[in-house]
Design a protein around this ligand. Structure first.
Ligand code: AHR
Length: 494
């Protein structure tokens, strides 16, 4: 039988998690907004047109911030189209997603929706076709109380109170040649810096995220990140990372995606440190992993101009959920560097929540690992000492059991997340020596005989976590059997 030993030392702390690690993303793309969160004719819509069934699930996920309004959509979006009287808002061509944008939902609706969902806003300004000055106008519209042009316009649009949006992305994936208004690194850095200067004048309390590499596969990675930081270091607070994974035919390689994500974070962390040293600066720039998920990009097909077409509606399997769990654990393990992470996306588009227009709502398989990480992954992240066999994968060596450990604020409950990527059972021995004797108070497990199983509207519970019976013994050492390819949340308490 394979074995893994996980020893916990109370003093081996990584960092406190930032609540924003459990954030997500809504873009004007496909049915994320229209018939996703907003469907005025739906039987359970509230008077503003927000689907109550979706709101309930977003609250259940404990999502901290929601990034809005894009994504690639952002880089051709004029935010002014989406505010004011609805009957005067234009329908536009959304060139990023080849769709018709009716502008029935914009910043005002999103601010109201965020309040209803209990989430905060991570705004994004268009630095593709948009100018730094327009970014300043949007910020004035969202954050200034009144008595200046753009703030007064918000008031006139029925929103007397400002929304106090504190966190802003300076564009989206500007290194991508697919991006509308794509720029070279130096040019983007200069534009982002000017936008930042204007935005900070409008509201000095904001935090800003510069665009880092859209993926490690970009030919400009990681030089892009260095150059952008050289230009923006003093004006920004975070650098973004984006990364999606898909199964290219080898389950083990796919399961080891967390290794690649960890390497990406290390590389960009090193790049930040390099620029910091060159600048002789004491300032720390943190990372915003503001797009991450499993995404089967190969499935995209050409489509006619339509409003809210069915785009990127990936159906997630148990295997996808396990990979997703490993990625989420890696983000938690890097809580010292990564302060913000957005599951991309939230509803319908590569999302944990699926809706049917006029119909029901479905929790996809990836819903559950996000829910469990969000619920139990907040606190002090520890660096455990792990002994386990390594296996060779396309991303290099991967441990057969991936581990994250988080202690709650009082240090009383310790949560151990385990992802086994082994194709046979593993006995995991958790040694709580740094904490003393504890009882295993709960053991939640996501596994199943069919890694290809998916949740559907007909069978919504094909893949759900199950509670495992816990032995009553109190002790320092606990043994748990991990089934082949399975995800576990072990909570040890007094
Ligand atoms: O999340 C889907 C798309 O992926 C986003 O619009 C873009 O930023 C990324 O390439």
């Amino acid at each position: 039988m394979l074995r893994a030993t996980i020893a916990l030392d109370r003093g081996a702390t990584v960092a406190q998690t930032d609540d924003r690690l459990f954030s997500s993303f809504l873009e004007h793309l496909g049915r994320a907004i229209y018939t996703g969160i907003f469907e005025p004719d739906h039987p359970v819509a509230d008077k503003r047109g927000f689907r109550r069934d979706v709101l309930e699930l977003v609250r259940d996920l404990g999502v901290s911030h929601v990034r809005y309004p894009g994504g690639n959509f952002l880089s051709g979006y004029d935010w002014w189209d989406g505010v004011g009287p609805r009957d005067q808002r234009p329908t536009r061509l959304d060139l990023a997603w080849h769709s018709l944008e009716p502008n029935l939902f914009g910043w005002g609706e999103f601010a109201d929706w965020s309040k209803a969902a209990g989430t905060q806003i991570m705004g994004a300004v268009n630095l593709g076709t948009g100018t730094p000055m327009e970014a300043g106008h949007l910020l004035e519209y969202t954050n200034r109380p009144a008595d200046t042009l753009w703030a007064d316009r918000r008031v006139a649009h029925g929103h007397p109170e400002p929304w106090d949006v504190r966190l802003w992305c300076l564009g989206n994936e500007m290194d991508g040649e697919w991006q509308i208004g794509h720029l070279e690194a130096r040019a983007y850095g200069l534009k982002a810096r000017e936008a930042a200067k204007i935005m900070r004048q409008v509201d000095p309390s904001i935090e800003l995220v510069a665009c880092g590499s859209a993926t490690v596969l970009q030919p400009t990675f990681p030089a892009w990140d260095r150059v952008v930081l050289e230009e923006t270091f003093d004006q920004v607070d975070y650098l973004s990372l984006h990364r999606y994974y898909e199964n290219e035919g080898n389950d083990l390689d796919f399961l080891a995606s967390f290794v690649d994500m960890g390497d990406f974070i290390h590389t960009i962390g090193g790049t930040v440190d390099h620029v910091r040293a060159v600048k002789r600066s004491r300032k720390q720039i943190y990372l915003s992993f503001d797009e991450w998920n499993v995404w089967y990009q190969a499935h995209q097909e050409p489509h006619p101009w339509e409003q809210a077409p069915r785009l990127l509606e990936d159906r997630y399997s148990l295997l996808d959920a396990l990979v997703f769990a490993g990625l989420g654990m890696t983000l938690v393990n890097h809580a010292d560097r990564v302060k913000i992470a957005c599951l991309a996306q939230l509803v319908n588009v590569i999302a944990p929540i699926l809706t049917e227009p006029g119909g029901g709502v479905l929790k996809q398989t990836i819903y559950y690992p996000f829910q469990l990480l969000s619920r139990y992954g907040r606190g002090t992240v520890l660096r455990p000492s792990v002994q386990v066999e390594q296996v060779e994968t396309r991303y290099g060596e991967a441990p057969l059991v991936h581990t994250s450990v988080v202690a709650d604020a009082a240090g009383e409950v310790v949560t151990v997340f385990l992802l086994s990527i082994a194709d046979q059972p593993v006995v995991a021995e958790v040694d709580l020596r740094g904490f003393g004797a504890r009882r295993l108070v709960s053991h939640t497990c996501l596994e199943g005989p069919d890694l290809g199983a998916v949740n559907t509207f007909a069978v919504p519970d094909a893949v759900v976590p199950r509670e495992v019976a816990c032995p009553p013994e109190v002790g320092v050492s606990h043994q748990v059997e991990l089934g082949p390819r399975s995800f576990h949340v072990l909570r040890f308490g007094l």
